[in-house]
Design a protein around this ligand. Sequence first.
Ligand SMILES: [Zn+2]
Length: 328
Amino acid sequence: MRNRLLATLSIVLLALAITGCGSTASQEQVAPTAPTTQDATPVAADQLKVIATTTIVGDVVRNVGGEAIDLTVLLPIGADPHGFEPAPADIAAVNSADLVFINGLELEHFLEPLLENAGGGAPIIAVSDGITPIDGTEEHEEDTSHADEDDHGGNDPHTWTDPNNVMVWVDNIQQTLSQLDPANEQSYAANATAYKAELQTLDGWIRGQVSRVSEDNRKLVTDHAVFGYFANQYGFEQTGAVIPGYSTLSEPSAQDVARLEDTLRSFGVRAIFVGNTINEALAQRVADDLAIQLVQIYTGSLSAADGPAASYLDYMRYNTEAIVNALQ
Ligand SMILES: [Zn+2]
């Protein structure tokens, strides 16, 4: 019974999703020729040239590498890491890099073959290496008709929703940078220690925040299954989600919407959390019909520099506050 409800919820919530982790802005605004990989700041010739795929990986790499590295973040703000397709300028940047950091666990599904064939010979390091992955397919089991190449496969790649996992990222980044650039080893070690202390503080702060939400209300319904690691760490249940990237069911029938609303009612959810990639009119209608909140969160990308989630730490604080305020 419960599985059937989950399947229904997944199918209809698919209609809310246009893309996976990113934002609507990315797909339209980023022309293929956008200079996403150009770095305006002058660079010392001996600096390690480092690429990071997503804005979130890039922010953590920047915190460890500091001034010692020449960092290029491949994906623009708001881009969907599941479906991103690199432009020629991106391929050139990868070709001339000394080192490439990716999230791993097939988050960069479309990017990995390209990175491997780029020909530059730069090592490709998955920052999530060493993290025990959780199963990301459970909520899709009865929905195989919709499984497409954007599906995450067996493992949930969204490791960063638990800051304890990002501490593993930091260790991986520090070790790799130190190996390739031993001259700056001490700087990387100091940066890593300082940043891990901030992640520790963040973890404690999240625990304090979520303690304001009763256990009955710790249910996360999202447009796509981003919060698995967060849910595991902080005692939430990820109640409904969609397959990232699935977009063809853009106009669900009135019956589909009614079924979704029945399902959400039966779960007693108090809010739907959405990245900015959804069919907002539809999501808003469902929220209005059920008198529950539609809450904006950040998923696969940080916000722009002047937004509320411009760093990973701010991203986690913003999302945690959004979740706690809606569910408490
Ligand atoms: Zn995702």
